[in-house]
Structure formats: C-alpha cells, structure tokens
Design a protein around this ligand. Structure first.
Ligand code: SAM
Ligand code: DTB
Ligand code: SF4
Length: 334
C-alpha cells in the first residue's frame, strides 16, 4: 500500500483490505499517514448549535427531528441571531474554533429564514470562528450566498452507501446528496461529508461509502464519522451498539484514504471511555464536538462537556487547534 499518497481512485477491494488489516497494523498505518499531513498534537474542537430544531419533512430512519416519528424532540422556531452569537461567544471563550449550525430542513428556501441564517453566519464568522452550516439541500446560488456571508464549510453527509441509502431514507436520493455537495464545490466553501455507523449496514456498505467520499476531487476537507444514537421512536431505535473496534477501523480507513481531511469523531462519542477515544485519536481522528448543554443537536444525543474535554485533551497531551486560515480547494489529478 502506498500510505499517504493522495488518490481519488481507491477501489473497493483495496479499501476492504485496509479495513480488514490486523487492527494494530491498521492503527499504525493510519497514525503514520496522519503524521504526514497533520500535527498529531492538535484536535479541533467544534460546537454544534441547532438553530432550527425538529419538524423535518424528511424520513431519515435514524433522526430524532423527523416529523414522521414520535420522539422526545419538540419542534422549535429558528433561533434568533443574538442567541446564536451568545452560544458562539461562550464556545470561543472555551477555546472552540468551529461552530456548526444545523437546521432540520429538507432544503434551503430563498426566504427570510435563510436571510437570518446568512446574518448569523456573518456575525459568527466576524468573531474569528470557522462557521459550518448543515441546512439540507442547497442550490449553487444558495451556496454562493453562504460563501458571500463568509461561510467556511457546508456539512452534507452521505450517511451510508448508495445501495443501502434507500433502506434508510426514501424522501431523497443519493444523487440529490451528491448534487448538493457538487453545488457547494462551485464555491470556496469547504465540504464536510461523512456518515453513520450502526444503521444495519454491512462492512461492504461502509467500504462503498468511503469509496464514494474518496473519489470526490478534492476530497471533502472534513469527514464526520458518527456512531448511531438509537433514538426511541425512530425505526432504528433497537439497533445494536457498534463495537469500538469497528469505529476505530472506520476512522483509520478514512484517515488512510483521505490523508489531508479532518476526520471527526462525531455523534456517539459520549458513550466512549477516554481510552477508547484515545484509540480513535491514534487511528487518525483529529476533531470532536463538545458542548455546555450536554447535547449534540438534540436532547436525544449526549455530548461531552467543554471542561471534561479540555481535561481529557490535557491528560493525553493534546491541544485545541485554533481556527484555520481559509484554504482554497485545489483539484489534483492522478
Ligand atoms: N437536515 C440536514 C441534513 O440532514 O442534511 C442537517 C442536519 S442532520 C441532523 C446532520 C447529520 O447528523 C445527518 O446527516 C446524520 O449523519 C447525523 N445524525 C442525525 N441523527 C443522528 C443519530 N441519531 N445518530 C447519529 N448521527 C445522526
Ligand atoms: C454530523 O455529521 N454530525 C453532527 C453534525 N454533522 C451536524 C450531528 C450529529 C447529530 C446527532 C443527533 C442529534 O443530536 O439529534
Ligand atoms: Fe431532517 Fe436532516 Fe433529520 Fe433527515 S437528518 S430528518 S433531513 S434533520
């Protein structure tokens, strides 16, 4: 294997061979690749803000915010700008360098709500933070408006393989997802796209998703790996827990395939011990989400606390990465 070379043509058999490597060899190779492109002492700590919670018309089988399922999430109106700025200010004081604003929307509509989101993006960007938005599908024109407001990243996950997608979501297609990612790529906004472990997918589905992500040129600058949070009331409420070894294999494989990307240990981290998280960092994860309200986007999914995370990073000799200077994505051809 040519560890560390940037490639856009990884084949399923090659990816499967990486994923199935003896575990310690896999971690060693991922850790080596990680060190070629990143400072391994640095972890980016991000804060999620659910700017518009619940009532979503999509039917994503894992999601607490879909209006199709009875969950403990109560729909709320769009937050006002000052609330968002205050949350971002506290996060900044705690050393957080990136704020991700999520809305439970199928797609962005050109209306006054979008205008308000653009203002939030501008104000939080002006605080010197990296701002990411995850608002559902966007057109190229909407991506350009987000770019003009200063947006640093747009999150739009593939979630799983193209084959398994329709088992999990029926209200949109994999092609819709790729199309939005492509629309964001028409701008200088960076792309954040990853998936979820534990939806009932096979290892080959994971391999297929990683192949799709690593065939994007440029690679997504950010690849979140979520562990399913089994939300009561959703069709996936009884899914078994994902073994930690599979989480580590997925992170390590993502790190080897997409060496320059940030690999984010996202939903599901709250149930991992410090030792398990340290293994994920060794395998190439270099970002986490942290919070002061004990939740990721919604109450269904716990998130560790800023102070606990700072203590953990100190214990491991890791440091919080400052906000990035804005890079310009560059296409590289094989
Ligand atoms: N509505 C927008 C969309 O779907 O693109 C943005 C928000 S959505 C909550 C963002 C991502 O969160 C999803 O793509 C999924 O990967 C992740 N997510 C949502 N619910 C989850 C759960 N119960 N467990 C793990 N990850 C979850
Ligand atoms: C991502 O991949 N994970 C984050 C962020 N992108 C938006 C969201 C996780 C959501 C967990 C479910 C919840 O909080 O309801
Ligand atoms: Fe809506 Fe996003 Fe949840 Fe799907 S994942 S139901 S699009 S909020």
């Amino acid at each position: 294997m040519s560890a560390g070379r940037i490639r856009y043509n990884w084949q399923p058999a090659e990816i499967r061979a990486i994923y199935d490597m003896p575990l310690l060899e896999l971690i060693y190779q991922a850790a080596s690749t990680h060190r070629q492109y990143h400072d391994p002492k640095q972890i980016q700590v991000c804060k999620l803000i659910s700017i518009k919670t619940g009532g979503c018309p999509e039917d994503c089988s894992y999601c607490a915010q879909s209006s199709r399922y009875q969950t403990e999430v109560k729909p709320q109106a769009l937050l006002d700008k000052q609330t968002v700025v205050d949350i971002a200010q506290t996060a900044k004081q705690k050393g957080i360098s990136r704020v991700c604003m999520g809305a439970a929307w199928r797609e962005v509509k050109d209306n006054s709500q979008f205008d308000k989101v653009l203002e939030m993006v501008k104000d939080v960007t002006d605080m010197g933070l990296e701002v990411c938005c995850t608002l559902g599908m966007v057109t190229t024109d909407q991506a350009k408006r987000l770019e003009a407001a200063g947006l640093y990243a747009y999150n739009h996950n593939l979630d799983t393989s193209s084959d398994y997608y329709s088992t999990i979501i029926t209200t949109r297609t994999y092609g819709d997802r790729l199309n939005t990612i492509d629309n964001v790529r028409q701008t200088n906004v960076t792309v954040c796209s990853g998936g979820i472990l534990g939806l009932g997918e096979t290892v080959d589905d994971r391999v297929s998703m990683l192949q799709t992500l690593s065939s994007l040129n440029p690679h997504p600058e950010s690849v979140p790996i979520n562990i399913l949070s089994q939300v009561p009331g959703t069709p996936l409420e009884n899914q078994p827990e994902v073994p930690i070894w599979e989480v580590v294999r997925m992170i390590a494989t993502a790190r080897i395939l997409m060496p320059t990307s940030d690999v984010r240990l996202s939903a599901g981290r709250a149930r991992l011990s410090q030792v398990e998280q340290a293994l994920c960092f060794m395998a190439g994860a270099n970002s986490i989400f942290s919070s002061d309200d004990n939740k990721m986007l919604t109450v269904t999914t716990p998130c560790p606390d800023y102070d606990a995370d700072r203590d953990m990073l100190n214990l491991l000799g890791l440091e919080m990465r400052p906000p990035a200077q804005r890079p310009t994505p560059v296409a590289v051809h094989n």
